[in-house]
Design a protein around this ligand. Structure first.
Ligand code: ADP
Length: 268
């Protein structure tokens, strides 16, 4: 059930009172989800065909484009790619939530995954001249390597996106206990992975909400930074399906640190 709680201050015969309103929005949420996934499914085919047509235009087979034409084509291509990314992310998240995507878990090396993610993001960091420093720990995780890679690249791409040229992004990994449960005799049995940046930071009232679908700190973020507001929701889903935890600490203007806590292979 999804319950929306709100408080209203009212005046009751001259006495100021607080009225607590509980609204059951479960059905509204379900319809909203259904609508979003239906629209996304319907958008996928025409978008793929638009992308194909744009590729054909750009290939020169239909004639050479003027410089102005090239510019217009590049704007259309970028925006179509963004829409395809959005639709794919929505469908991905929906399939994960409804349990239609299974995590294919196996033993995988945490250091290798972190280095692969860092290498994949290097080009994006070079464009901004952001330095990536990775300090991995050679331990085995019990995880779906592709999905973890998706999580790490998402977090890294955010760290780079919200950094300034000259900034540094640190990627670290240390063995840890799960802080939320009683310490065990054979602890630590978790790996705590951190993605720290020196970027703009996140206001305190948004620290939790950014893990929800379509939530961004600034409404202009999707336009200016090219995001969809779905990345962190996808990361959270993947981490939860690994019995892990994800959270963030941040101070405005001083950067952010995203934490991912994952069980080691031996603890499964
Ligand atoms: P997006 O595709 O917009 O990046 P995410 O779900 O990955 O979607 O992130 C949601 C929002 O959280 C971002 O739009 C941004 O406002 C904020 N955010 C995420 N990571 C960072 C970061 N490292 N520094 C500052 N803000 C961040």
């Amino acid at each position: 059930k999804t319950i929306l709680l709100s408080i209203e201050l009212i005046d009751l015969a001259g006495v100021p009172c607080a009225l607590l309103i509980a609204n059951d929005i479960t059905e509204r949420k379900r319809l909203e989800n259904e609508f979003i996934s239906l629209v996304s499914h319907e958008l996928r085919t025409p978008l793929t065909s638009t992308m194909g047509a744009l590729d054909l235009l750009g290939s020169g087979q239909l004639g050479t484009l003027t410089a102005q034409g090239q510019k217009v084509l590049s704007i259309a291509t970028n925006n179509t790619e963004r829409l395809i990314r959005l639709v794919n992310d929505i469908l991905d998240l929906e399939r994960m939530k409804s349990g239609k995507i299974f995590m294919r878990k196996a033993k995988c090396n945490a250091a290798e995954l972190l280095i692969t993610a860092t290498e994949a993001m290097q080009a994006m960091a070079d464009k901004l001249q952001v330095k990536l420093i990775v300090n991995p720990v050679a331990v085995e995780l019990w995880a779906d390597a592709d999905r973890l890679l998706q999580t790490f690249t998402n977090l890294l791409s955010n760290a780079i996106k919200f950094s300034e040229p000259g900034d540094t992004v640190w990627i670290g990994a240390t063995l840890s206990e799960n802080q939320s449960i009683e310490p065990q005799a054979d602890a630590p049995s978790y790996l705590l992975i951190t993605f720290r940046d020196e970027g703009r930071g996140i206001p305190e009232d948004k620290l939790q909400i950014i893990f929800e679908r379509f939530q961004q700190v600034d409404a202009s973020d999707s336009r200016n930074k090219g995001g969809t507001g779905l990345g962190l929701a996808i990361c959270r889903n993947i981490v939860q399906q690994h019995n892990g935890k994800i959270w963030v600490q941040s101070a405005l203007g001083e950067g952010s640190t995203f934490y991912v806590l994952l069980p080691l292979a031996d603890s499964n």
